[in-house]
Ligand binder design. Structure first.
Ligand code: NAP
Length: 338
């Protein structure tokens, strides 16, 4: 028997504000695994390659109250790509790659029931991490949410927050809209301009209301932040405007603030749509998504940027960076090379 280190990231305590690396989450390098002999219970053995770090992690850290909450003393889990090392399941072969939405944050995992995993084929010049970013959760949410709810017409104006998430800006430009986009650093502002945003600004130093007063009214608001910026978007909305509510990160760590401009939803006949990946009609769009977006990502027609960290020991820092906004682009942690 040969035991191999199988490090992991444990959820250690419920944070009161921003997650604290080493306290909220703990890197544990004491676990080992016998890769040759560990029982698979009819399932498969995975080698974790790359993990996605997402804003929603903070929602799962609130203790009880969310059906998918992280459990104290247990590893984190999330979207990721892994390679099959051993298999007792006829649906999965050694060497295949799989995509999972609840891959455990550890180097090697036994998955007794792998039916929820999706076998992936890689497009030659794209890294696996693309399947966690522009071709993964954020990309698919943007694509499907946009197609299903934006009802976009050429010449309309859209406002996108956390625009460095990149996909909504490019979909909107391709549909012929004027795009106003905000993010929290000059580097992100530059990037948003480079992918087509007509107006890009740093919401930390530029007054959002001033920008929307000049460049609006806005027909579509793609909201990733909630809070005061959502109130500003309501203030400068057009009649029959569409609000796509995709995230509310401004309240994840410090508490959500109540809306002041709620009455405008009625006054302007606005359409409000919650956009949560798990509730979107994925089956309706996923074939079309991969068929159209993967070639565009591979050719560079759709641009993307990633913020890649290496090693599970970095996970706590990357989680905090995503909450604080110091990540430069879609955050991923590479656990092992293919
Ligand atoms: N609903 C869904 O199913 C779903 C699925 C996937 C993704 N999403 C959303 O899509 C967006 C892009 O995803 P991603 O993975 O690429 O994340 P991301 O944009 O890299 O990370 C979240 C960003 O939120 C910004 N932020 C943090 N605190 C903020 C605040 N108080 N006010 C305004 N912005 C703040 C930060 O950027 P700044 O530098 O701009 O502050 C941070 O980088 C995220 O907002 C995510 O919630 C939603």
């Amino acid at each position: 028997m040969t035991f191999t280190k199988n490090s992991r990231v444990l959820f250690n305590s419920v944070p009161t504000g921003y997650p604290v690396p080493g306290e909220t989450t703990v890197y544990d390098s004491t676990q080992t695994i016998d890769l040759e002999n560990v029982s698979l219970e009819g399932g498969i053995l995975l080698k974790t390659l790359v993990l996605s770090v997402d804003p929603y992690f903070r929602v799962l850290m609130n203790g009880e109250g969310h059906p998918a909450s992280f459990q104290i003393g247990k590893p984190l889990y999330g979207f990721g790509i892994a390679k099959v090392l051993r298999s007792e399941n006829t649906g999965f072969a050694i060497g295949q790659h799989v995509f999972g939405y609840n891959l455990v944050h550890e180097e090697y995992s036994v998955v007794p029931d792998p039916t929820g995993l999706q076998i992936m084929d890689k497009v030659a010049n794209l890294p696996w991490s693309v399947y966690l970013g522009p071709a993964g959760l954020p990309g698919q949410t943007a694509y499907i949410g946009w197609k299903e709810f934006a009802n976009a017409k050429e010449g309309e104006t859209v406002f996108v927050t956390t625009g460095a998430g990149m996909m909504v800006i490019q979909l909107a430009k391709q549909a012929g809209l004027k795009v106003i986009a905000s993010a929290g650093s000059e580097e992100k502002v530059k990037f948003m301009k480079s992918i087509g945003a007509d107006v890009a600004f740093n919401y930390k130093f530029t007054d959002t209301r001033g920008v929307l007063a000049k460049e609006g009214p806005i027909d579509i608001y793609w909201d990733n932040v909630g809070g005061d910026i959502l109130d500003a978007a309501l203030e400068f909305s057009a009649v029959q405007g569409r609000f796509l509510e995709c995230g509310a990160i401004s309240g994840y760590n410090t508490g959500h603030q109540p809306l002041k401009n709620f009455h405008l939803i009625c006054d302007r006949s606005l359409h409000i749509h919650g956009v949560l990946m798990g509730h979107l009609p994925i089956a309706k769009y996923i074939g079309e998504f991969y068929a159209t977006m993967l070639p565009k990502l591979a050719s560079g027609e759709i641009k993307f940027r990633e913020d890649v960290s290496h090693g599970l020991d970095k996970m706590g820092d990357v989680i905090l960076a995503v909450q604080k906004g110091s990540n430069k682009a879609k955050a991923v942690v590479v656990v092992a090379e293919d």
